[in-house]
Design a protein around this ligand. Structure first.
Ligand SMILES: C[S@@+](CC[C@H](N)C(=O)[O-])C[C@H]1O[C@@H](n2cnc3c(N)ncnc32)[C@H](O)[C@@H]1O
Length: 388
């Protein structure tokens, strides 16, 4: 265990000024936390112990709102290469950089995971929720980083497990664990192993709903990976006839299960799918191809439906998210429901599935219009809402 120096004032000020926009904002939701600070301090200490300056070139994976990215810029990095799966996170990082460090934004660029891993030498990583996602990230980093690369991966202790150390140890020669500070910890991994085992992702699975079979083909960062969410299954089992609609907007498409099933069962239908997650978009496109409906399905990264004008969609489907990162919150569901309300044409329909205990039916009525229950089992409720 290593000790880590206390924070200095400037970064504290920078972190306080960070905004979550365009992500959900609420008094109990923050743009930076003690883990971000500990990642930066552990990296700084590791360099100073070896008489090295803060690195000019730095790789950042999974930053949420810019704490790691702007922290690295403020400390003097001249090449900050960032990968974040979420478009919402990328927009927040860009907005914060524009507002708080406008003179340094030309030092910042965004890449796919494979691109950012290439020749990475100092890597700051905000630990993800899932071990599979961590392994996917670490596999990409360890196989393409420099032989002397150092990875500083941190999180809140309540969201960390010993299995995370094992994931890192399976791909790096050495892993050190920092002391806890402000309920956070950093795992420092160094020297990627020359031999890397393949990641288990993308995963594939075949599902059958009401006699229609389809393949899912998904990355670890996609909600549920290649599994069919039980709520989504209930929605598909009770999907109404969509003959009156030319296009289905599959909001927060995840692995593409709703769009692919709808396209297979309605041969005239075009599907306009989107998700904030790059992994989800790639999974949806892979599922469309595997089920030979690519010519009728598009999938793009979007924050809610920001690309769609008001009153432009006659039919939207949504299985709303219930968390942002590690924080469980209904606010993200309401953000997507409100944007669906904006994008729907008057008389347009939102088909939605949610955990029954969440009682979203009232919110759908209040935020969009008359809502009827299409199905309900012991866990989930499926509704149809018409915009007034
Ligand atoms: C419960 S999953 C549903 C996925 C898929 N539709 C299904 O039924 O399996 C919720 C999805 O919301 C996406 N999501 C979360 N925040 C989002 C945002 N701001 N904009 C767009 N999609 C978002 C997540 O990436 C996730 O894929």
């Amino acid at each position: 265990m290593n000790t880590v120096p206390e924070p200095t004032a400037d970064l504290d000020q920078l972190f306080t000024a960070l905004s979550r926009w365009p992500d959900v904002q609420a008094p109990n939701l923050f743009a930076a936390d003690a883990a971000d600070r500990l990642i930066i301090d552990t990296c700084a200490q590791s360099h100073s112990t070896q008489d090295q300056p803060w690195p000019a070139s730095i790789t950042i994976v999974g930053d949420h709102y810019g704490a790691l990215t702007l922290g690295a810029l403020a400390l003097g990095s001249t090449q900050v290469r960032v990968h974040t799966d979420s478009l919402t996170a990328r927009r927040a990082i860009e907005a914060n950089a524009q507002k708080l460090l406008p003179q340094l934004t030309d030092r910042l660029s965004f890449y796919t995971l494979a691109q950012v891993a290439d020749q990475a030498s100092t890597i700051l990583l905000a630990l993800p929720r899932g071990l599979d996602v961590l392994d996917e990230q670490v596999a990409a980093l360890a196989s393409s980083a420099t032989p002397t690369a150092r990875l500083f991966a941190g999180g809140r202790i309540k969201h960390m497990s010993r299995s995370m150390n094992e994931v890192l140890s399976s791909r790096f020669a050495r892993v050190d664990v920092s002391l806890a500070r402000q309920k956070s910890r950093v795992l420092t991994a160094s020297n990627p192993l020359a031999e890397q085992t393949a990641s288990n992702f993308p995963a594939t699975a075949i599902h059958t709903v009401r006699g229609t079979s389809f393949n899912l083909h998904a990355g670890a960062g996609t909600f549920g990976a290649a599994r069919l969410d039980p709520g989504t299954r209930l929605l598909l089992e009770h999907l109404p006839d969509l003959c009156a609609h030319a296009t289905l907007v599959d909001l927060a498409c995840g692995n593409g299960s709703i769009g692919v099933y709808a396209a297979l069962t309605h041969r005239h239908l075009r599907v306009d799918a989107s998700d904030h997650s790059a992994s989800a978009v790639a999974s949806t496109l892979a599922a469309a191809e595997a089920n030979e409906v690519s010519e009728r399905i598009t999938a793009v990264q979007d924050d809610a439906l920001s690309r769609l004008p008001e009153n432009s969609a006659t039919l939207i489907t949504l299985n709303p998210p219930f968390h942002i990162g590690n924080t469980v919150t209904a606010d993200i569901a309401f953000k997507l429901i409100d944007d669906a309300a904006r994008a729907l044409t008057p008389g347009g329909t939102l088909l939605c599935v949610f955990n029954s205990h969440l009682r979203y039916r009232h919110e759908l009525e209040r935020r969009i219009g008359p809502t009827t229950q299409l199905a309900r089992d012991k866990t989930f409720t499926v509704t149809s809402t018409i915009k007034l």
